[in-house]
Design a protein around this ligand. Structure first.
Ligand code: ADP
Length: 504
């Protein structure tokens, strides 16, 4: 099968030409028990390039039993902390060696541009390297207690983590799986149905690095497989990144089993430009904030809030800077805007564009599908947007920017916070006090000042309000992926101490 007309490495060709992208259970790649498969579509061409297995409840059960066994017999969590660190470091070395295959595979099934998929590999490498240092550093504490007792607190892994993820960062997901494993958990990962390819590569990296069977299992499939994983009694905790409605359904389903849930559910992030900002840099960042990955990024700054005094100038910069973007395959180095991930996502974007027009917003740029091959959409800018419009309130996950106006600082924060979401926020100002006031005023998990979408493995990442709860990255992740166990011991009174002499 011809995968793409662009040159790709022989290793990627071999990887993509697997007969089926299977599940990975006990370090073995296996088909579904009932043989069910789904097509893998290249969004740049709309053509089928591979097939992947679809898990039924029976396959999910097999994967969970394997992970349960691996957790319960302690084959991973009771290895010495240094051995666990060495294993994670080998994972990072192998990922670096196979980086091109990861990045090319992600571009084939997600359509994301090659520089972006390279970036995701770097992100995963950084995170794995960071989390590889944790097994020797997850320390407990010894709180003061009455003299006849000793108590200590240790952090223990939750157990089996069901990890359900979307398509927009297939290799980046490796970072959170590594964090879970570093904390001593066993993982069953369900990749998105649109992007099944790199999960198999991750499992191979984990296996070749010496991770024991069952510690990192993969089940392929769509919502049905995800739901079976959430409901499985052998799963102790759920981590989900994806859309708000699915996240809410998962939290409700997990509640039946009283399971902890970590959720990252996207957003409608405000990107505020004050009049004193560097308008050239701010406009470029505003474009990148929505066009990157064709807007399929949870933190996309899709609500661009402009002060009245600079509104027209910034809109002009954005429109003229975006008008001639090169739209095409993620493999073409000239491409600036790639496809959406699927026909369904393209439909969704076109639907929201027509909603915006019906609501009375003004189309300043774009607004149409691009070409008739693959799932491309023009960069699209709406001006005259009111914050109560659906295009300002609902996450579109496409290259659609909504521009809103404000006339005072207080109004900017009021508009920014008038959203059920609270993931990211961008603030552009050269005034230190404004930057600090904005950072305090905005109800979001991240605030970026004079930059946007920066991240580093040492720094927590996550949302508030309907953007979810719980944190990925940094020390907060290790806390998220462990619980505190308190151990009490009666040791009697200290020798030589007479408790009767104590007066209160
Ligand atoms: P989208 O519909 O935009 O692809 P979703 O949030 O529905 O995004 O999907 C994100 C992930 O959640 C995917 O891996 C998908 O298969 C999975 N998923 C979808 N529905 C459910 C569900 N009811 N329970 C568990 N996982 C689900």
């Amino acid at each position: 099968m011809s995968v793409t007309t662009y040159p790709i490495s022989p290793e990627t060709v071999q990887h993509v030409n697997r007969p089926v992208f299977g599940h990975v259970i006990d370090n073995e790649i296996v088909p579904s028990a009932d043989g069910r498969t789904m097509p893998v579509i290249d969004p740049a061409t709309g053509e089928e390039v591979a097939v992947a297995a679809v898990a039924s409840a029976a396959d999910v059960d097999r994967a969970v039993i394997s992970a349960r066994r691996a957790f319960d017999d302690g084959r991973w969590r009771f290895q010495t902390p240094l051995d666990r660190e060495r294993c994670l470091r080998r994972m990072s070395t192998l990922l670096a060696e196979r980086a091109t295959t990861f990045a090319e595979s992600d571009t084939i099934d997600s359509g994301l541009l090659r520089w972006y998929t390279d970036g995701m590999v770097d992100f995963a490498l950084n995170s794995i390297d960071y989390f590889a240092g944790w097994p020797t550093k997850i320390e407990g504490s010894i709180p003061p207690v009455p003299a006849d007792l000793v108590a200590y607190q240790v952090r223990e892994p939750h157990g089996v983590l069901g990890l359900i993820v979307p398509w927009n960062g297939p290799t980046a997901v490796f970072a959170f799986a590594a964090a879970a494993i570093a904390a001593g958990n066993c993982v069953v990962l369900k990749p998105a149905e649109q992007t099944p390819m790199t999960a198999v590569l991750m499992a191979e990296v984990a296996r070749d690095a010496g991770l024991p069977p069952g510690v990192f299992n993969i089940v392929q499939g769509a919502g049905e497989a995800g739901a079976a994983l959430v409901e499985h009694p052998g799963v102790d905790m759920i981590s989900f990144t994806g859309s708000r409605p699915t996240g809410a359904a998962i939290q409700a389903a997990a509640a039946k089993g009283v399971k902890p849930v970590q959720l990252e559910l996207g957003g409608k992030s405000p990107f505020i430009i004050f009049p004193d900002a560097d308008l050239e840099a701010a406009s470029a960042a505003a474009m990148m904030g929505v066009w990157m990955a064709s807007g399929q990024v949870c933190t996309a700054g899709t609500r661009v809030l402009l002060h009245d005094s600079i509104h027209d100038e910034v809109v002009e910069r954005i429109v003229s800077g975006s008008r001639d973007m090169v739209i095409g395959s993620g493999f073409d180095p000239a491409t600036q805007l790639g496809p959406l991930v699927s026909a369904a996502q393209l439909e969704r974007v076109m639907h929201y564009v027509s909603i915006g027009q019906d609501e009375g917003a003004e189309l300043a740029l774009g607004g149409h599908r691009h070409g008739d091959v693959g799932f491309f959409h023009e960069p699209t800018v709406f001006t005259g947007v009111r914050n109560d419009m659906r295009i300002a309130q609902e996450e579109i996950f496409g290259p659609v920017m909504s521009v809103l106006r404000f006339s005072s600082e207080a109004e900017a924060y009021a508009i920014a916070n008038d959203s059920e979401y609270g993931l990211g926020a961008g603030v552009w100002t050269n005034d230190l006090a404004t930057a600090h006031r904005a950072s305090r005023a905005l109800r979001t998990g991240q605030v970026w000042v004079n930059t946007y979408q920066m991240g580093y493995p040492t720094v927590a990442y996550g949302g508030v309000k309907a953007s979810g709860h719980g944190r990925m990255q940094g020390r907060a992740t290790i806390e998220e992926l462990t619980h505190v166990k308190s151990v009490w011991m009666k040791v009697g009174e200290p020798v030589g101490h007479d408790p009767r002499s104590v007066t209160l």
